[in-house]
Design a protein around this ligand. Structure first.
Ligand SMILES: NC(=O)CC[C@H](N)C(=O)O
Length: 223
C-alpha cells in the first residue's frame, strides 16, 4: 500500500503515523509538506494529529486552507482513501470533507488518557479487520474533540452507518454527540477520528488494538 502523510507546521504525530503505516503495510509513507501543491500517486492520504498552526482561530481551520488541501480534495474526489486522526479529523471537518464540527471538550480541559472504542460499523474500509461490536482500547489527547452535527446531519450519519467508532463503557472524554469518536464521508472513503490508533501498534506500546484499522485499509486495497 502506497501512502502519504501530510505535515503541517505544528503537526506532532506524523512520525508515529509513519511508523504505524510502515509496520503494518511494510512500506514507509511519503511525507508531504503542507505547502506542496501535489500529492504522489498513493492509495491512502493521512492527515496526522498535532497542533497545526498552534490551533489558532479554531483547531484545523488554518491547515484546512493550506496549499496541499486542494490536492487532498482532488484525491478524495477520485476515491483515494483519506484518514484524519485527531487534528487531522479537525482539518477534514474544517475543509468540508467531513460534516459537523469538533468543539471544545465539554469539561473545558485537555484530555490525555486511554478510552474504550466500540466499532459501530465493522463493514467499512477502515474497520473490517475488527469484528462487529468489537471494543478496543485507544488513547486520546485533545482539547477540541467534542463532535457536533445538526440533527439532520446526525440522522443521516447514523442512518447510513457512517459512524465508524463510538466511545464505549462510559469513557466519552469530550461530550461528543451520540458518543461519536469517528465518522465517514458519504462514500465511506474518508475517515476522521479523534483517538490515536497509531499509538497502539506493537507490544511496546502496551497493546496492539490500533493495528486493525491499518490492516483493514491494507486488506481493502489489496482486494
Ligand atoms: N492530538 C491532537 O491531534 C490534538 C488536536 C488539537 N490540537 C486538540 O487539542 O484538540
Amino acid at each position: 500500500m502506497k501512502s502519504a502523510v501530510v505535515v503541517f507546521p505544528g503537526s506532532n504525530r506524523e512520525r508515529d503515523m509513519a511508523a504505524a503505516l510502515t509496520k503494518v503495510s511494510g512500506t514507509a509513507p511519503m511525507m508531504v509538506w503542507h505547502q506542496d501543491t501535489t500529492l504522489p500517486d498513493v492509495d491512502l492520504v493521512v492527515l496526522p494529529g498535532g497542533f497545526s498552526y498552534g490551533d489558532y482561530l479554531r483547531s484545523g481551520a488554518i491547515a484546512a486552507r493550506s496549499p496541499i488541501m486542494a490536492a487532498v480534495r482532488e484525491k478524495a474526489a477520485e476515491g483515494v482513501r483519506v484518514l484524519g486522526v485527531c487534528n487531522g479529523f479537525q482539518i477534514l471537518t474544517e475543509a468540508g470533507l467531513l460534516p459537523g464540527a469538533l468543539m471544545r471538550n465539554a469539561g473545558l480541559k485537555f484530555v490525555c488518557r486511554e478510552v474504550k472504542l466500540s466499532v459501530a460499523n465493522a463493514d467499512t474500509d477502515f474497520t473490517r479487520a475488527y469484528g462487529a461490536g468489537a471494543v478496543l482500547r485507544c488513547p486520546v489527547a485533545h482539547h477540541d474533540g467534542n463532535y457536533f452535527a445538526d440533527p439532520e446531519t446526525l440522522a443521516r450519519l447514523e442512518g447510513d452507518g457512517r459512524v465508524a467508532f463510538r466511545y464505549a463503557d462510559g469513557t466519552n472524554p469530550n461530550g461528543s454527540v451520540n458518543d461519536i469518536a469517528g465518522i465517514l464521508n458519504d462514500a465511506g472513503t474518508v475517515l476522521g477520528m479523534m483517538p490515536h490508533p497509531e499509538n497502539l501498534i506493537e507490544a511496546l506500546h502496551g497493546g496492539t488494538d490500533g493495528r486493525g484499522l491499518f490492516e483493514s485499509v491494507v486488506t481493502t486495497l489489496a482486494a
